[in-house]
Design a binder for this molecule. Structure first.
Ligand SMILES: N[C@@H](CCC(=O)N[C@@H](CS)C(=O)NCC(=O)O)C(=O)O
Length: 216
């Protein structure tokens, strides 16, 4: 498999399949296309027609859209990256779609910036998104997640979809409590996340519009 993505420090959509593959121990070839550069679109066009990253190439198959890529990787791994129980699997898909389609205030106000530690002002729409995320993490953990540290016990696509949110909360010091706090701490201490932090810290490019807030 070949994953084509943006800067690991900033590219929230890239991070989802990157983390899925890395945490699941699935080997992949990696190509980075720098966001916010004049050649971005033409470089992406060499791989896929949609004009955005991430892109996954597997033999004759070329895919885009982070959630579709995660679903494909799951299929190729015998469905092991979604919960076995059908009710849990349905919820994992619902919250993954909710992430993919929603949380626009959170995504705009707290851009992914893995290596930064910042303070930003949290307005009401962002606070509502934070509240909803912590509620849905707690709900998944309470109903289906008691057998392990992930949202549904074992690692799944849902964890990969929410990893950039964990990272945002870490970057901007969003206070968490209870199951949401424990879950976020788990993600941050995984070898895959630690590897991501090292790779992001080694990147030198700056995407100005994602550098928000003041240092803390
Ligand atoms: N819905 C897409 C969103 C992809 C996306 O917006 N990617 C960003 C990088 S994180 C991008 O390629 N931005 C460059 C651009 O839109 O020109 C997905 O889930 O993959």
């Amino acid at each position: 498999m070949h994953l084509i993505g943006g800067n690991l420090n900033y590219s929230s959509w890239t991070l989802r399949p990157w983390y899925l593959l890395t945490e699941a121990g699935i080997p992949f070839e990696w190509t980075r296309i720098l966001l916010d550069t004049p050649n971005f679109k033409s470089e992406v066009a060499q791989f896929a027609p949609n004009g955005r990253v991430p892109i996954l190439i597997d033999g004759a198959i070329t895919l885009w859209e982070s959630l579709a890529i995660c679903e494909y990787v799951n299929e190729r791994h015998n469905g092991k990256l979604l919960p076995e129980n059908s009710e849990a699997r349905a919820l994992a898909r619902a919250i993954s779609s909710e992430m993919h389609a929603g949380f626009s205030a959170l995504r705009a106000g707290l851009p992914v910036n893995i290596r930064a530690r910042r303070t930003v002002s949290i307005d009401a729409p962002i606070q509502r998104d934070i509240q909803r995320v912590t509620e849905l993490w707690s709900d998944a953990k309470t109903r289906f997640g008691s057998s392990g540290p992930w949202l549904f016990g074992a690692f799944s696509i849902a964890d990969a979809m929410y990893m950039p949110v964990v990272s945002r909360f870490h970057t901007y010091g969003v206070p968490l409590s209870g199951p949401a706090h424990d879950y976020a701490q788990h993600v941050l201490t995984t070898d895959s996340y630690q590897k991501l932090e090292r790779l992001a810290a080694a990147e030198t490019e700056i995407v100005e519009q994602d550098e928000v807030g003041t240092p803390r």
